[in-house]
Design a protein around this ligand. Structure first.
Ligand code: NAP
Ligand code: 8YV
Length: 321
């Protein structure tokens, strides 16, 4: 039996490559000396993509493959894939939801604790021999904090459960209230920011959320306010955040995601009162393996005629159109 042609748009975990090579004829775009020639050669035959966030799956790329039927993307966020266009063109897009909820929620709480209690800075202080001179200065605290979650979805709820265990009140903002959720809902992000002193961002990227955490929201958060972002860098107006941190109109920030990764603004890197992680929310061996398996399982289930396992909302399965 001939194997269907699959294009891998950029390097992916070895286990994904090994498993997919058993079921598909795997073409690795990043290894091609002449990428344009490979794209031209494969245009008539490719039916599937496996994709990370390194290459944008836009209409210009997907549109070159008239037989393309599925894009299996690594990660729960899929802002690098034009899923609306895919849906309109009979292509199903899959992501890797749920298997990373607890890991990313752990990271969010770790980042919040590091930011409030300055743990990375205390480590640097000890290693620099400064403890021999005097104790580390007293820090801020999680006590008396109220957390507003922007994006109370799968990961947001896992974060909220942890915050409850820490004894912190939780409220949330999204496009709509969730009837089965007991936390207070704010239809207005600015109003929520005014009522909390931690803004926990775990909303997706893309046009609808671009820079929604803007100067007005940061001003509403106020001088005791802390921003934690494990969603997408594009959700924050990064220039406004830098200005707020520089002018101390907010207290601090803990950031796992940035507007133009892996480039991080020099102004942020120079600030010692904030905490920066290199997008490690889901980055444990355990969780990355689970995500990898879901990328493979989606493609294999689809190729077996059983349908994709986790299609995104823009491309429901079976297709409705
Ligand atoms: P999810 O279950 O779809 O939750 C997303 C939440 O965002 C929903 O509650 C949704 O509420 C809200 N939302 C969506 N669009 C919005 C908008 N325009 N304005 C305000 N709220 C909006 O997704 P998830 O699985 O929790 O993942 C969330 C995001 O986390 C991912 O998309 C990804 O960007 C990020 N992430 C980051 C890492 C990392 O390593 N740092 C790892 C995994 C995921 P409504 O529908 O009510 O608006
Ligand atoms: C991954 C993520 O680090 O799932 C997501 O949306 O942001 C992370 O889990 C990312 O997808 C890997 O590129």
């Amino acid at each position: 039996m001939t194997k269907p042609d699959l294009l891998m748009t950029g390097p992916m975990m070895q286990t994904i490559q090994d498993q997919l090579a058993q079921r598909f004829t795997l073409h690795k775009l990043w290894e091609a000396a002449d990428k344009e020639a490979l794209l031209r050669q494969l245009a008539p035959s490719v039916v599937a993509f496996a994709s990370g966030s390194h290459v944008s799956c836009d209409p210009a790329l997907m549109g070159r493959f008239p037989g393309l039927k599925i894009v299996s993307s690594f990660g729960v966020g899929y802002d690098h894939v034009d899923a609306a266009w895919a849906g309109q063109n009979g292509i199903v897009v899959t992501n890797t939801p749920d298997v990373l909820n607890e890991e990313v929620a752990d990271t969010a709480l770790g980042l919040l604790l590091c930011t409030m209690r300055q743990f990375p800075q205390t480590d640097r202080y000890l290693r620099a021999g400064k403890w021999l001179e005097k104790p580390y200065p007293l820090t801020g605290t999680l006590r008396d904090r109220k957390v507003g979650i922007l994006g109370l979805g799968r990961i947001g709820k896992a974060i909220a459960r942890r915050l409850e265990a820490f004894g912190l009140p939780v409220v949330y903002h999204g496009r709509s209230a969730q009837p089965d959720v007991a936390y207070r809902y704010y239809p207005s992000l600015v109003e929520m920011a005014r009522d909390v002193n931690v803004l926990m961002i775990v909303a997706p990227g893309g046009a609808a959320t671009s820079k929604i955490v803007n100067r007005e929201v940061l001003e509403a958060l106020g001088p005791d306010g802390v921003v934690i972002n494990v969603g997408r860098g594009t959700v924050i107006d990064e220039a406004a955040l830098v200005e707020a941190l520089r002018k101390k109109t907010i207290l601090s920030a803990g950031l796992d995601v940035f507007e133009d990764e892996p480039r991080v603004p020099a102004e942020l890197i120079a600030m010692d009162h904030i905490v920066l992680f290199p997008h490690v929310g889901s980055a444990s061996v355990h969780t990355r393996n689970a995500m990898a398996q879901l990328v493979v399982d989606n493609l294999v289930s689809w190729a077996d005629g059983k349908g994709p396992l986790t299609p995104v909302s823009e491309t429901p399965w079976p297709p409705t159109m």
